[in-house]
Design a protein around this ligand. Structure first.
Ligand code: SAM
Length: 219
């Protein structure tokens, strides 16, 4: 294990009130993960050097806001990286099973270490690119955050869904433009009920936008 970043505690954003609203009784586990990420994230190349002053609001709470959109079942998080949103969703929703899909060895090692340390028994970690993960047609929902634009993200995530399964893809303010540019992929995968869900209004300064859509029930 690498040494903690010096001064991480002073640099870390104070926990916002929204964290308790988002994580409820699971806040102590979310807090532990956030502190682990603050200590080791920069050294391990998981977060940038400027992220600590906004780690809670921009990354942790932002990820946790998606939890109410999860149904029960099998959820895949593509490109989990530091564990965003996958680890935080597993913390907030112990009733669902999360499969974290991440190709980079060092990130996979970090994710496995967090799963063990936080005692998350509803998570497994698969080292693979989404296109090569042996999960085709298996998942009820797929999440992703900061992996790629919808035009390229839909073709790597939609095939993982079972018929009737749902994409829950976290996006920034440019999501409407991304949807326009992804028209061909949306048609190819016959996505239905395409919508942008805005989460966290009145709770956080930076709202979370989610591209949500379903694949057809009939193949
Ligand atoms: C910019 S990071 C974002 C990580 C995390 N989701 C977050 O929000 O901080 C993108 C991650 O996606 C992973 N990735 C890129 N292409 C992928 C693919 N085809 N399948 C699965 N993961 C992929 C990378 O290894 C990296 O960890």
């Amino acid at each position: 294990m690498t040494d903690p970043s010096p001064g991480w505690r002073e640099a870390l954003e104070p926990e916002p009130a929204a964290a308790a609203a988002v994580f409820g009784e699971h806040l102590p586990t979310a807090r532990r993960f956030t502190e682990n990420l603050a200590q080791y994230g920069e050294e391990l190349g998981l977060i940038g050097p400027l992220e600590l002053p906004r780690l809670w609001s921009r990354h942790v709470v932002n990820s946790g806001l998606v939890a109410p959109l999860l149904r029960s079942g099998l959820i895949g998080d593509v490109g989990s990286g530091a564990g965003l949103p996958g680890i935080l969703l597993a913390i907030a929703r112990p009733d669902v099973h999360l499969t974290l899909i991440e190709p980079m060895e060092r990130r996979v090692a970090w994710l496995n270490r967090q799963v063990g340390e936080l005692g998350l028994d509803n998570v497994d970690v698969v080292r693979a690119r989404a296109e090569e993960a042996k999960l085709k047609g298996r998942l009820d929902q797929v999440t992703a955050r900061a992996v790629s634009a919808l035009r390229t993200l839909i073709p790597i995530t939609a095939p993982l869904l079972r018929p009737g399964g749902e994409l829950v893809l976290m996006k920034g303010g440019g999501v409407e433009g991304e949807i326009g540019a992804a028209e061909k992929a949306i048609r190819k995968y016959r996505l239905q009920d395409v919508e942008v869900v805005v989460l966290g209004e009145g709770v956080v300064d930076d709202v979370t936008r989610v591209f949500r859509a379903r694949v057809p029930v009939q193949a």
